[in-house]
Structures are given as structure tokens and as C-alpha cells.
Write a protein that binds this ligand. Sequence first.
Ligand code: SIN
Length: 320
Amino acid sequence: MQRTIVVVGTGGTIAGVAARAEDHVGYEAAALAPEALAAAVPALAALPLRCESLARLDSSDMDHATWCLLRRRLAALLRRPQVRGVVVTHGTDTLEETAYFLHRTLRASKPVVLTAAMRPATALSADGPQNLLDAVTVAGTDGARGVVVAFGGRLWCGADLRKLHGYRLDAFGGGDGGPLGVLEDGRLRLFRAWPKATLHPAAARPWPDAARWPAVDIVTSHAGARGAVVDALVGAGAAGIVIAGTGNGSVHAELLGAARRAEAAGVRVRRASRCPLGGVVGAPPGALPSCGALTPPQARIELLLDLLHERGALRRRRTS
Ligand code: SIN
């Protein structure tokens, strides 16, 4: 049996269309279906590929309902013996969030390879076609597994990805972990083992509808920060707040005071670092709980999953 690789489209610049080939900025994202993206790569024509469209989003508008839909669809595809692996085309803006969410919630015993592009499909030298070809190469590699990201000739663990630049073609990094491998002339050179699933306990139970998920927000600490921002979020029903602290996760005294008020009101507050590389090291006595190496968006997802899990456990206790 020849096993299929399924390309699931969610939108993004990789599917973007501009009026002029030299325009890298003023384009419409998510305009093309995944079939059109695959058709632009002649090397894919001979492969057992199937395309389907799950969403057509500019990923800056990504939402929890689409994450749930994507996770469910990927789980169903991975269960099919005839599916060898899945490629997800996505926007770059929240690629790291979707990758982290899937890494923590999807049992990926086969490869789930996310990819994206910094330039629209109509650009003079679009990066999408090569990224898509590389992603399919990874999805068809023997032994491949886990949630990974193929982008710019490098392969990243879904758990490590972070967007570092808003315009350049090499827009991503993997933090201290570095890349998992490189794609060279149609071949993957792997530097270390495929990522092992480290599923969050919340992944084991059904979740409420995304509209009823707890609200978790990110607040950045900076010179002149105002505690009123945190107070307003608490007033608006936030169940969790991640503070993107300065340096090694330090928090402006005004925000810290408001964070303590939030905690007293039952809101879960954690601190991460707004520095693009590294995380928070150590936990001085009395400090807000730290998110360690996680970036603020990753820490937000982790807190969200913690709250979903705790609320699910509470519901189960009440009904038993
Ligand atoms: C998006 O994230 O959907 C738009 C930006 C991009 O893909 O680079």
C-alpha cells in the first residue's frame, strides 16, 4: 500500500496573493487553497499527496475553536493506517503557538509537520514552495514523528519554535535547543532524536466548547507599566494572566501589586520573560511563579491547559 501524505491548509502568507510580484507586505493572506500551493511545486506532482482546507485564516486571527478543529482533524488523520504523515500550512505570526499547542495536546506517533512562508505565493522569489516541499520531505521520512516545523531549510521542534523577525526569510529560532535538523537538497539531515510527546494531562479528557475556555491573557512589564491593566483584565473575567517580565522575569512594582490583588481574587498569575531568547532562571522567595524556559505565548497555553484540566477535574468530582 502506498501511504499518503495529507496537506491541511489553514491559511497564512504561504497562501497569500499580492497585486504585484514585488509586494511582500500589501497582500491578502489565506487567499489560495492548499491544492494551489501544491500545484506550484512540480516535484510534488509525483507524490501520493492529498490536500484539504481546514481554515482560511491570517494566523494573527488564530482562535481556540480553530485549534480544537485542527487537533481533532489531525488525530483522525493520524489514526488512518494509509496516512504516512501530515503537513499543515499556516501563517507565521502564530505558528509557534499552534506548534506548541499541538505538541502538548496531540499524540503524534507519525510526523505532523507545520510550515509557512514570509512572502506571499505571488512574490518574485516566494519561500512557500520550497518550505512546502521540505515539509513533505520530512513527513515522508522513515522514523519521523512528533510535531515539528520545517521552515527556511531548517527543522524545528514544535515545542521550541519562536518567531524572531517580522520580515526576514529566516524568521524563526529554536531557543537554546537549536534546530532539530536541516533540509539540504531534498534530504533531511537530523541532528538529534525526534521529539517525544510530552502530553499535558488536559489532553486526556474532553474539553468544553472553546467559547467556554478560561480567559488567559498576557501583560508586558515595561518602564511606566500600569497596574490598572491587570485590574481591568480581572474585571473582564480573566482566569489567568502571564506577565511577560523584563530580563530574567522581573515585574514592575505597579504590576506586581496588581498581580497580588489578582491572585487574592483567585486569578492565576505567572511570570515569563519578554526577552526573545532564554526564559526565567530560578525563583527568588516571594516571586510570582515562573514559567521557566517557556516564552510568554507558550506559558499562556500551558496555563490555559492547566486551568482546563483543573476545571475538568473539579467538574468530575462534583458529578461523581
Ligand atoms: C499570518 O500569520 O497568517 C500572516 C503572516 C505570515 O504568514 O507571515
